[in-house]
Design a protein around this ligand. Sequence first.
Ligand SMILES: NC(=O)c1ccc[n+]([C@@H]2O[C@H](COP(=O)([O-])OP(=O)(O)OC[C@H]3O[C@@H](n4cnc5c(N)ncnc54)[C@H](O)[C@@H]3O)[C@@H](O)[C@H]2O)c1
Length: 432
Amino acid sequence: MEKIAVIGSGYVGLVTGACFAEIGHQVICVDNNKDKVAALKQGNVPIYEPGLSQLVLKNVKRKRLIFSDSIKEGVENSKAIFIAVGTPPKAKGEADLSAIEDVAEEIAKYMNSYRLIIQKSTVPIATGDWVESTVRMFKKKHAKFDIASNPEFLREGSAIDDFMHPDRIIIGVEAKKARELLSRIYKPIKARIVFTDVKSAELIKHASNSFLAMKISFINSLSRICDASGADIDKVAQGLGMDKRIGKDFLKASLGYGGFCFPKDLAAFINICERLGYNPELLKATAKVNEQQKEFFFRKIKKALWNISGKRIAVLGLSFKPNTDDIRLSPAIDIIRMLKKAGAKIATFDPRAMEKAKRELSGVDYCDNAYDAITGADCLVLATDWPQFSRLDLKRVKRLLKRPIIVDGRNMFDPVNMKRLGFQYSSIGRNA
Ligand SMILES: NC(=O)c1ccc[n+]([C@@H]2O[C@H](COP(=O)([O-])OP(=O)(O)OC[C@H]3O[C@@H](n4cnc5c(N)ncnc54)[C@H](O)[C@@H]3O)[C@@H](O)[C@H]2O)c1
């Protein structure tokens, strides 16, 4: 059992803390958002992630997991300190690392003996150097420490399973003592550990996310060719993905990727490349294709409806992907904004993300269920592929819509069947 503090109790920090407690460690999750900490202390998990509430409550009950708004408490009671605070984008895409700096300074102030400080947030190359120099500047003379980079690869919606059964664990660490401590922490998780230097670990995370984003932009580029030529993107993706060198994952055409990882991390990666004197054309094209894909989807809706102004459009899905309430940089939100700007009236429903959307997006009719949103709409837009949307009663949908028009940004339905049911159905890169 190791004593661990996790600073930042969001999607990554809370999952990390709960999972470390679950595998036997003593964990204190810290956050500077006092309301969040108060809610967690009351047993209320403020984000939706399947299984997370249960895991948190179970480990609180076992007394392996506690919450605090004090970094001091975390540092004094733990040997390993994971930093999992947010690294949001600044105006030009650069990662805002001010929270990392603040936390590093605070940790340093309260260290009285050896501590291992592990960077889990996604950060640009060389952040480890900055954390190290910040800690060195503010720590007491006698307090020894090491720095490590341990980027996180969990996906919202399957975060616990991803954390417990990762493809690999990346650890960038120089000191033997630190390496051994991290090996002990991760021992119960049966996964290959790749030990490397801190900078390479930092780069692996940016490289992984941008490669996946690039795969999506690649298939979305192909979807445009399919749309224009009459080829079928689903068949193309299937044939392409059967090549083991390519792989079938992340080859699903859509209205574009979103969330607080791919777009944000790609922008941060582009920014750090340029600062290092390299012009990353491939990364820039990946981001550009993604923006174009959203515009392309908007044009599809326009084409289906002729005039958008004054029309009522039902948008199903607000989160950037299913099984999460996270709407950060969600393409669904971008599309709604574009439609509103064009004069449409929006009715929407999302199984989990409505509360968060309400705080960001006003002037939208938030409905109690999918059918309420669809009722009287001139068009149904599918923006997020929640499994329940693929189980909609399509005959009922047709009855409720004012015009039987569906524009599907996630290719959830079979175009032939939709035509047979009497819909004017358009999707991405499929012409049937
Ligand atoms: N969300 C994901 O799927 C995912 C996956 C892998 C990596 N990441 C990376 O992990 C990091 C965290 O992402 P997230 O989605 O968990 O963000 P989040 O916004 O959900 O959580 C960040 C938390 O840090 C807290 N915080 C901010 N400043 C603080 C400070 N000075 N002291 C204490 N707490 C502070 C915030 O209150 C918030 O609760 C980011 O770098 C992100 O890119 C995210």
